[in-house]
Design a protein around this ligand. Structure first.
Ligand code: ATR
Length: 279
């Protein structure tokens, strides 16, 4: 049996932690899989997918900016990917390529690990990109009661709200609105899905965010370990969680689909925490 290849298609992709995480897991499970980061230019995406068939690549993750565009090149996508409108995982079964999306499952598992049940809860999502959409669909499917989307650009925010409306009535509020900050304190769960906070000098996604004890504030960023946004929430008494658990749990589900083996969740989390603490 030759070594099997797994990988990730993204652009840029150099900073992805997925190779570290999946190669760690394969070694831990004694599997002959090697996971490679492939920097795929948008114009090469079709060829890259064809290359999976030609080379017998067992499976790949798909990340920004390819998650939506890749769907047209696959033999099929499952209900999860269709609902979210994006693929983050491709499985190669004897040359037949199927797309799924494990981001929502990963997000829900991270909530569950913190003993947070979304059913009946009110939610604010900040951001209107692909991550916001995956999390919005997943939270509606998990039975939340109210959802508000806050975003810098109204057109993108309204577009996301339109996409979420088949799942549940969602409200849009511009990030610059004077109401945006105080809205956060009304929510049981606040999910920060913009890229603001990855760089040290980034401003907050909302100017005067209000937090309270008893709510959970989630930032999908995992590097830095605590964004300014999360630090402000923690100081105001809210519970906080960063994006690392979601990263590990979405990877865990993808790994199981590709290899049929259980991912070493807790060991991978501990390994990545150690790694992020060192960089
Ligand atoms: P992802 O797939 O990770 O969600 P994305 O689709 O590129 O990434 O979405 C990025 C999100 O971060 C968007 O909501 C974007 O807001 P706009 O719709 O206004 O562009 C938000 N974002 C990125 N840079 C931002 C900035 N400097 N200020 C405010 N929001 C920003």
């Amino acid at each position: 049996m030759p070594d099997r290849v797994l990988g990730i298609f993204g652009h840029p992709v150099a900073h992805s932690l997925s190779p570290l995480m999946h190669n760690f897991a394969a070694k831990k499970r004694g599997l002959q899989f090697t996971y490679v980061a492939f920097d795929v230019e948008p114009a090469q995406l079709k060829n890259a997918v064809a290359g999976m068939r030609a080379l017998g690549i067992a499976g790949v993750n798909v990340t920004v900016p390819h998650k939506e565009a890749v769907m047209q090149y696959l033999d099929g996508v499952d209900d999860e990917a269709r609902a979210i409108g994006a693929v983050n995982t491709i499985i190669n079964t004897g040359g037949k390529l199927t797309g799924t999306n494990t981001d929502g499952k990963g997000f829900l598992r991270a909530l569950k690990a913190r003993k947070f049940n979304p059913r009946g809860k009110s939610v604010v999502i900040i951001g209107a990109g692909g991550s916001s959409r995956a999390i919005g669909v997943t939270l509606w499917q998990a039975g939340v009661k109210h959802m508000t989307v806050i975003n810098r650009t109204s057109a993108a925010g309204k577009n996301l709200v339109k996409g979420l409306s088949p799942f549940g009535a969602t409200t849009f509020v511009p990030a610059a609105s004077s109401r945006a900050g105080s809205l956060l304190a009304n929510a049981d769960l606040v999910v920060q899905c913009t890229s603001l906070g990855m760089k040290k000098d980034d401003p907050l996604p909302i100017r005067n965010p209000a937090f309270r004890g008893g709510q959970l504030v989630y930032d999908i960023i995992y590097s830095p370990v605590e964004t300014r946004f999360l630090a402000a929430a923690r100081k105001a008494g809210a519970d906080t969680i960063n994006g690392l658990a979601m990263l590990v749990y979405q990877g865990s589900e993808s790994f199981r689909l590709w290899t049929g083996k259980k991912f070493p969740d807790e060991a991978a989390l501990a390994m990545l925490k150690g790694y992020l603490g060192r960089i």
